[in-house]
Ligand binder design. Structure first.
Ligand code: DX5
Ligand code: ZN
Length: 235
């Protein structure tokens, strides 16, 4: 668990990033699993603002990744902000374990079977930030009832389940629509993109209104992780 956000220090006070700040969140899914803690530290040394942790259950998505024990391992290795993305069928059932593991922000999918409003409320009541994700095929309308309950909207830019897939540019329109509604309603949630984010796709996402870039393969598997993160940040 980490207090708030990234190092926008003013007079020694750490400020939480706003939706106007660029945040780079390397996805641990692309890391070397035999040395998870070291990999998280390498990401932080290379300029990562948040660590993105992809939890997959083999039901909601066609892949199984890791659970709360790995979140806890990363939490013990570093005080980096933990952005936990639950791609699981019953996020409400497993929620408390991810809270206890040290998550700072928990994102749940709108397509998963659970009472979305109640789950988001529980995340915030536990003192964490709440995120809501939607798949590329899910219309923005599905998340509109919950926008005042979230700190982050995750617009998936691939069909979730696996790293290393190609960015889907058709999602850009949805990102722009979400940013417009955010402005109309005077809200301030982050817009995060996840899937195929790299030097070419990041600028398109920033231009559409996203500010949090999740990047797995393009960061952990780059020859120079710090340079890769700097390039994505620059956009
Ligand atoms: C996809 C996951 C992503 C994934 C991104 O199901 O949610 O976070 O790790 O990987 P890249 O950046 O390799 O597309
Ligand atoms: Zn993810």
């Amino acid at each position: 668990m980490h207090g708030g956000g990234i190092g926008f220090g003013i007079g020694g006070v750490m400020l939480k990033p706003s939706f106007r700040d660029r945040v780079i969140a390397p996805s641990l899914l692309a890391a070397d699993f035999s040395r998870i803690g070291e990999e998280a530290k390498r990401a932080v040394r290379s300029g990562a603002d948040w660590m993105h942790l992809d939890v997959m259950d083999g039901h909601f998505v066609e892949n199984i990744s890791f659970g709360p024990a790995v979140v806890e391992t990363v939490n013990q290795a570093s005080d980096v902000f933990l952005d936990v993305h639950l791609m699981i069928s019953r996020p409400d059932h497993y929620l408390q374990r991810f809270i206890d593991a040290g998550s700072d922000l928990i994102t749940v999918h709108v397509e998963a079977p659970h009472d979305v409003s109640e789950t988001l409320g529980r995340i915030r009541s536990a003192g964490l930030q709440a995120g809501l994700a939607l798949n590329p095929a899910t219309p923005l309308d599905e998340v509109l009832p919950y926008l005042n309950q979230i700190d982050l909207l995750l617009c998936m830019t691939v069909v979730p389940g696996f790293g290393g897939q190609a960015f889907m540019p058709e999602v850009l329109e949805k990102i722009a629509a979400a940013a417009a509604i955010r402005q109309q309603r005077g809200l301030s949630f982050h817009i995060e993109v996840d899937g195929g984010i790299a030097a070419k796709s990041a600028p398109l996402c920033y231009a559409a209104g996203a500010n949090v870039m999740v990047a797995g393969s393009s960061t952990f598997r780059a020859p120079d992780m710090a340079a890769a993160i700097a390039t994505i940040r620059r956009g």
